[in-house]
Design a protein around this ligand. Structure first.
Ligand SMILES: [Zn+2]
Length: 164
């Protein structure tokens, strides 16, 4: 079983299914259960249970088996959680985040930025010269931005990822 207190796993699952979805996963009964049984056992509203199961299924973290009742002919959907795919998915997500951060860092390092002091917009040097360093929205003088703070934050986040 995965560690739901692990902040990386928690964060990933909350982004995927929200706080209530995580609560459902935490209280999920063992074995095969119907959505109504899950709602009863967890105290989570049925529509949230269904939404959570759907998202988990899409992400291969929950499996569903259909069973037809021989006398009534009704279909029952039986659910089980399978969290074994969480770790490989986390690795994939981490790769994606690192790639995005590297691209963002390169963009920040390759460009010089000018900001409107009123906070309207941020322009690259070329765009700012095209506007003669006047904000295209409010007409204020654009100010040179020292983006060391931004690049510093990105570098710190990248370093954190590399440590994990
Ligand atoms: Zn402005």
């Amino acid at each position: 079983m995965i560690d739901l207190n692990n902040p990386v796993i928690r964060g990933y699952l909350i982004r995927l299914v929200g706080e209530e979805g995580l609560e459902m996963i935490r209280k999920m009964p063992e074995g095969e259960v119907t959505d109504e049984q899950i709602a009863q056992a967890t105290g989570i509203l049925l529509n949230i249970v269904r939404r959570t199961l759907f998202i988990l299924n899409e992400n291969k973290l929950a499996a569903c088996r259909r069973e037809r009742d021989s006398s009534s002919g009704w279909l029952t959907y039986l659910w089980t959680l399978d969290m074994s795919d969480v770790e490989p998915q986390l690795v994939k997500e981490k790769k994606r985040l690192v790639k995005n951060l590297r691209a963002r860092l390169a963009f920040e390092e390759e460009n010089v930025f000018y900001n409107c002091p009123e906070g309207c917009t941020r322009l690259k040097f070329k765009e700012a010269t095209d506007c003669e360093f006047l904000c295209p929205l409010c007409g204020e003088d654009m100010m040179f931005e020292d983006n060391q703070i931004v690049t510093g934050i990105i570098r710190k986040r990248l370093a954190q990822f590399e440590k994990e």
